[in-house]
Design a protein. Structure first.
Length: 449
């Protein structure tokens, strides 16, 4: 028999902050986010302290980055094959063990280049495999009409983490090189405790409250009738399963627009921020002054996250994405013409203030539209495209700054942001996206069409 699911809208959805499962989910997702922020600062500094060589320190971080990228697609398959609670617990356990091992080796004076490279690689692969799993579990704990607000709240959380993670990591490193790793182990342990307190069923496709679209229900019911059992068909293989996420997204016009816009805008923003850092460093600004640019980005994200929950509930997502991207591209277009640090910070903050509403709308709809059974693989496909911009951004910034200077490279970055805005405005599927209360209805209609 096919499982009976709740409808696309629960009669009286629980307000977000009164939903105990969501609060525990947020704790389970925030602890590793802060841990990653601590490690982002601590690992390069530790590598320099251990090896005394910038080149070897670069190898440590590069090997970890490659490992994370390679683990993203297998992580999506795991997320859709297994209970997401178990995966989060396993990832937290690995994080506790590896971070604690690093701390112990440091305290005993036994850590060298090879051990650090290996352990950092394990942490990075762990990140690639399971970091997207909490997002795939979110629709199981939040009603579809509240997903936009939940994603917007996550944007605010990310802004706070970006503002505080670096300073906290710096203070902990000043206390002792092992201290950030002890703190990270404690944070991963907190993730395990929090996910165990979530009462909702976190298995793929298991009764998510109001997020399964009609096509997903029909597909599962058909599979059960064909096979004459409640069990799912045999897995077709890792590569085929990983490709299924890309293939499903490619078949949905509105989500193809989300994929294209996300990749391009990430490239433009990443390159612009890196170019600003390069430019300020080249003209002799102090590290503290350069750090203000990162703080301004976090401040812009934080301000934007305060209004994003209101906007996603009332403004059509297509309109929100289009106008937000135009505003972001406009802010980037100001950067080539300003040189004073306060003006640069103001432009970056203004541009990034639009990001939370854009992300809340597009990612919220994405979570509603994608069937739970495919959410891990589809999310990993989106993450892989976004991660593809990560190594390209510094290359674009570095070679662009060398060739064209401050104004030239930032004009190019503004042009990339403008392309993302034009694509969003030109995509009929993306323009048609409604406000959050109508996401389930629109997703079901798009699947049927």
């Amino acid at each position: 028999m096919a499982r009976v699911r709740r409808g696309s809208h629960s009669p009286d959805p629980v307000p977000l902050w009164r939903n105990a499962d969501y609060r525990w989910w947020l704790a389970a997702d925030t602890s590793p986010a802060l841990g990653r922020s601590l490690l982002t600062l601590a690992v390069p500094l530790l590598a320099l302290a251990v090896t005394g060589s910038p080149a070897q320190a670069g190898v440590v971080t590069a090997v970890g980055a490659v490992g994370r990228v390679l683990a993203v697609l297998p992580g999506g398959v795991l997320t859709d094959r297994h209970d997401r609670r178990v995966l989060i617990l396993a990832g937290a356990g690995v994080g506790v063990v590896v971070a604690a091992t690093l701390a112990v080796l440091l305290a005993c004076g036994l850590l060298d280049f090879w051990l650090l490279t290996l352990l950092n690689l394990v942490l990075a692969v762990r990140s690639g495999l399971v970091d997207a799993t909490p997002n795939a579990a979110l629709p199981s704990v939040v009603d579809s009409s509240r997903l936009g607000s939940a994603v917007a709240a996550n944007q605010g959380r990310d802004a706070v983490v970006s503002l505080t993670g670096g300073p906290i990591g710096g203070v902990l490193m000043a206390v002792g090189h092992a201290v950030p790793f002890v703190a990270t182990a404690i944070l991963y342990a907190g993730t395990a405790v929090a996910v165990l307190r979530i009462r909702a069923d976190l298995r793929p496709g298991a009764g998510a409250p109001g997020t399964a679209d009609a096509a997903s229900v029909r597909d599962e019911a058909s599979a059960e009738r064909v096979h004459g059992t409640d069990e799912r068909p045999a897995h077709p293989g890792w590569l085929a399963e990983a490709w299924a996420g890309f293939a499903w997204l490619a078949g949905r016009p509105e989500l193809r627009g989300v994929m294209a816009v996300s990749t391009i805008v990430n490239l433009g923003i990443g390159a612009a921020m890196t170019a600003v850092v390069f430019g300020l460093q080249q003209r002799g600004e102090s590290p503290a002054t350069i750090g203000l640019t990162s703080a301004s980005v976090g401040a812009g994200l934080l301000v934007g996250s305060l209004v994003a929950p209101f906007l996603v509930q009332r403004v059509p997502t297509g309109v929100l994405a289009g106008t937000g991207l135009v505003a972001l591209a406009g802010a980037l277009a100001v950067l080539p013409f300003v040189h004073a640090v306060p003006a640069v910070c103001a432009a970056l903050a203004a541009g990034m203030a639009a990001a939370p509403a854009i992300n809340a709308g597009l990612l919220g709809y994405f979570m509603v539209a994608v069937p739970s059974r495919l959410l891990g693989r589809a999310s990993s496909a989106l993450d892989l495209l976004a991660l593809g911009a990560v190594p390209l951004a510094p290359l674009l910034a570095g070679f662009g700054y060398t060739a064209w200077g401050w104004s030239g490279v930032l004009t190019l970055c503004a042009g990339i942001g403008g392309i993302a805005a034009v694509l969003a405005l030109a995509s009929r599927g993306l323009r048609s996206l409604p406000s959050a209360p109508r996401w389930s209805e629109h997703a079901a209609g798009a699947a049927a069409g």
